[in-house]
Design a protein around this ligand. Structure first.
Ligand SMILES: *Cc1c(COP(=O)(O)O)cnc(C)c1O
Length: 342
């Protein structure tokens, strides 16, 4: 399989699995699992936060953060293409009873002006604007990186208006590696932030949500309530620690592969447009003359190549630990063949 569906498709490496074998274990609910404590401390440091909590998924990080920062009836401001809108099963409404205020914007990034005009003046008639959620990198915008200045200044507008701020950092480390700006600098204006271990870092399970001690205490309550509290999580977090030591810098290889695939896509008649590529995500629009995205994806699958359909004529290609130049050749050959069949 040449799997460009997502960076979640990478499998834990042998060395990563071995890192878990001899790790001492304890019950995470009693703060007794050493690897989990170490991981939370390291991620809190990386994000410039007081403390952190290990969770099973990024979705749980977002949903717990939304629940902690809001009350039912409050409004959450984010971009229209946010993961919390399109891929969390209606969680913000179901779990927190909040309204979403999606903003249409360029490349998955709000401007200060857009945010300022979205924040509602306090009134008994309107919902209370309560939380800003930003994604670094912006997934459906093609892994676009918010410039540091823009991210900080948008967060500052939110803070000045009394909103809480949450950073969905599923691919924050991709931004750090691509720009050299430390994750903590990107997270500076945010009350809470998290990073994923199952995306580019290649782990099978896990994400770490960081914030103030008070925030994390509330997050722990919901982790228990929603069934996210586990036991000997060291078998998972030892792999996460391994990934922090060995899989962060190598994200640059994923970015380089994405660049080279992007350049080759432009030579294919089937491709009408490729969004600018900054990290490990390529979003390409298919030409009107060829098959649509669904059919293209089906034809590619016959050649053992997988991509994601993210629009009627839009596909997403993601590079990661388990795809390399040979897979890229198969992808390009597969797309070239799609054209001939149509
Ligand atoms: C993958 C992803 C999530 C959710 O993470 P899971 O671990 O799959 O639940 C949230 N936000 C963004 C931007 C993502 O890409």
């Amino acid at each position: 399989m040449h799997d460009f569906y997502s960076d979640t498709q990478s499998r834990p490496t042998r060395a990563m699995r071995e890192a878990a074998l001899d790790t001492p274990l304890g019950d995470e609910r009693h703060d007794a699992d050493p690897a989990t404590l170490e991981l939370c401390e390291r991620v809190a440091d990386m994000l410039g936060m007081e403390t952190a909590v290990f969770l099973p998924s990024g979705t749980m990080c977002n949903e717990i953060a939304i629940a902690v920062h809001t009350r039912p009836g409050d409004e959450v401001i984010c971009t229209r293409e946010s993961h919390i809108i399109f891929a969390e099963s209606g969680g913000p409404a179901a779990l927190s009873g909040v309204m979403m205020h999606p903003i249409d914007c360029e490349r998955g990034m709000l401007t200060q002006q857009q945010l300022a005009s979205a924040i509602r003046p306090r009134s008994a008639h309107a919902p209370r604007s309560r939380l800003l959620v930003a994604e670094q990198t912006a997934n459906l915008a093609g892994g676009a990186i918010w410039p540091l200045e823009q991210l900080n200044s948008v967060a500052a507008v939110a803070k000045a208006a009394g909103l809480a701020t949450h950073l969905d950092g599923a691919r924050l480390l991709n931004a750090q590696v691509a720009t050299g700006v430390p994750a903590a600098a990107y997270a500076r204006g945010f009350d809470s932030a998290w990073i994923a271990f199952t995306k580019g870092l290649g782990c099978p399970v896990g994400a770490v949500l960081a914030g103030s001690a008070d925030f994390v205490e509330n997050a722990w309550l919901l982790k228990r309530r929603w069934g996210g509290a586990m036991r000997q999580t060291g078998v998972l977090t030892a792999m996460c620690l391994y990934a922090l030591d060995h899989h962060v810098e190598r994200l640059a290889e994923d970015h380089a592969l994405a660049q080279s695939i992007g350049a080759r896509l432009l030579d294919l008649p089937i491709i009408a447009r490729v969004l600018p590529i900054e990290t490990n995500i390529i979003i390409a629009d298919l030409d009107q003359q060829g098959p649509d995205a669904r059919e293209t994806s089906r034809l590619l699958r016959e050649k053992n190549v997988t991509v994601t359909v993210v629009g009627h004529r839009r596909i997403r290609i993601v590079t990661h630990l388990d795809v390399g130049p040979v897979d890229a050749d198969a992808l390009i050959a597969g797309l070239a063949a799609v054209r001939r069949q149509s």
